[in-house]
Design a protein around this ligand. Structure first.
Ligand SMILES: [Zn+2]
Length: 201
């Protein structure tokens, strides 16, 4: 990658948004949670937290039970935990609901926002992009500016931000680069150039 195209290798994010992501992830566990943190066009400043539906998640009780059974039968094997044949489900995979995603896109357009952060949780594997995540990020919605945040709610997840495994990646043309996560109380005093803008809507 040449120098002009290199992006800041850091995600600066407010502490309350980190808590929002983790709260969502814990609520959905053992299913993967997913969502977007929108920010104003032209700034890399995540501000508006948007919980999204994981369309891979079943809705009825019977389905949930079947999923529990499938979950127990999965044999985990490191990075390939998400690739156990037909076992892929909302416990190993997320996908946005197409209609909701379109609605949120329109909403962001109307508000001059863009998806600064796209987050999701891993519930049994480390907070690192799976091949599915990489393919998704390299697909038609690809944007090299997006910070892909992945958190893990599995037992014993090693903390990277506070007590959480909360990591951020750039995914460009199938290439994954991890970046630092800097948690701030407010964007007022951080280096995002937001000093004339209120940090809460
Ligand atoms: Zn994933």
């Amino acid at each position: 990658m040449d120098a002009e195209r290199r992006l800041d290798a850091v995600l600066v994010i407010r502490a309350d948004l980190v808590e929002d992501v983790m709260a969502h992830a814990r609520e959905e566990h053992p299913h993967e949670a997913c969502g977007i943190i929108a920010g104003p066009e032209g700034a890399e400043r995540p501000e508006r937290f948007i919980r999204m539906v994981n369309a891979a998640k079943p809705s009825g009780d019977e389905a949930a039970e079947a999923e529990e059974r499938a979950l127990r039968s999965v044999v985990l094997s490191g990075d390939h935990a998400e690739y156990q044949g037909e076992q892929r489900s909302s416990t190993t995979y997320y996908t946005f609901d197409r209609k909701e995603r379109l609605r949120v896109n329109d909403e962001m357009d109307d508000r001059d926002e863009w998806p600064v952060v796209i987050y999701h949780s891993h519930t049994r594997s480390p907070a690192y992009p799976s091949q599915v995540d990489i393919d998704y990020a390299s697909g038609p919605l690809s944007d090299p500016r997006i910070h892909y945040v992945i958190v893990s709610t599995r037992e014993g997840a090693p903390p990277t931000v506070g007590e959480y495994e909360f990591r951020s990646f750039r995914i460009v043309d199938g290439e994954v680069t991890e970046e630092d996560v800097e948690v701030v109380e407010s964007y007022m005093f951080s280096h995002t150039g937001a000093d004339d803008v209120p940090d809460r809507a």
